[in-house]
Design a protein around this ligand. Sequence first.
Ligand code: ASN
Length: 320
Amino acid sequence: MKSQTSLYEISSLTSVMRIRDSKTSAVLKIQSRVLKTMTDILLAKGFQWVLPVILAKSTDPLWPDPGYSIEDRIEVEIYGTRVKTMQSMIVHKRILVSLGPEKIFILSPNIRIESRKRMTTGKHLYEFTQLDLEVAYAKMKDMFTLFEELVKESIEDVRREMHPELELLSRDLRIPTVPFKVYKRAELEKEYGEDWEEEISNISKDPVWVTDIPRQFYDFQDFETGEWRNYDLILPEGYGEVLSGAEREYEYEKILKKLERDGLRRDDYKLLLDLAEKKLLKPSAGAGIGVERFIRYICGLKHIGEVQPFPRIPGLVPEL
Ligand code: ASN
């Protein structure tokens, strides 16, 4: 079980002097290595590396989702038009793989003003980066295999090449066995109650997949059985969720119905709806892995803010 970080530990994290620590430099070296491994694998598989968008009329609603606790949503006016800061590039990803290259990834900065109550959880940030990808016509199973390779190869590489850094961090990092186990959310909820994520994370030795989680409209739901074809990847040792993704909705009527069900404005998803109506929105699957969460796990860090030279910890606005 991961214990909460104390306020004293948090305040030392926000000092820029921490950047001089050998620990910070080991973490950044490991992060560079992991990003290289993952992007090399994707490029070798024919993915196109797309650069991120930050301001847009349309972004991820992050609603409804049991996992989010958003305190504020940022909107600014530019050129007389209201835009939001990016919560995830889901809408952009879908449109890109429908009209352009069919396999894409982005190192995407996301701004999510998490509740300040999450300051000490050790796994929340109000600015983070996800390695976000999408593949036209892909299925859930394809995504499992792809991310199992990305996760395993990254860990193997760090184990092989970054001995001194792991030693400095006192991290005994285990190479996971693939394929990872797959659970249904309902079976975990039945066994462990509402804290299933924490429980399964605490008792697992390797990452596990959890599927069928009711959430945002863009994840595919079988309207006959009610089943959601989406998934989270949960890290072991109490580190919790690191990735979420899904097969996607692409039919106009279904998207419309779900937007209404969730109380969302059609106008915010106009382009997505237009493409779906013209049958140009391709079925796809994708996911985003939280870079800082993954590095926190690899390095065995207590608080995710330790991954960032300029930590974005909920409730705290540092000088830099
Ligand atoms: N990146 C996620 C996905 O592909 C969405 C998210 O971050 N909320 O499903």
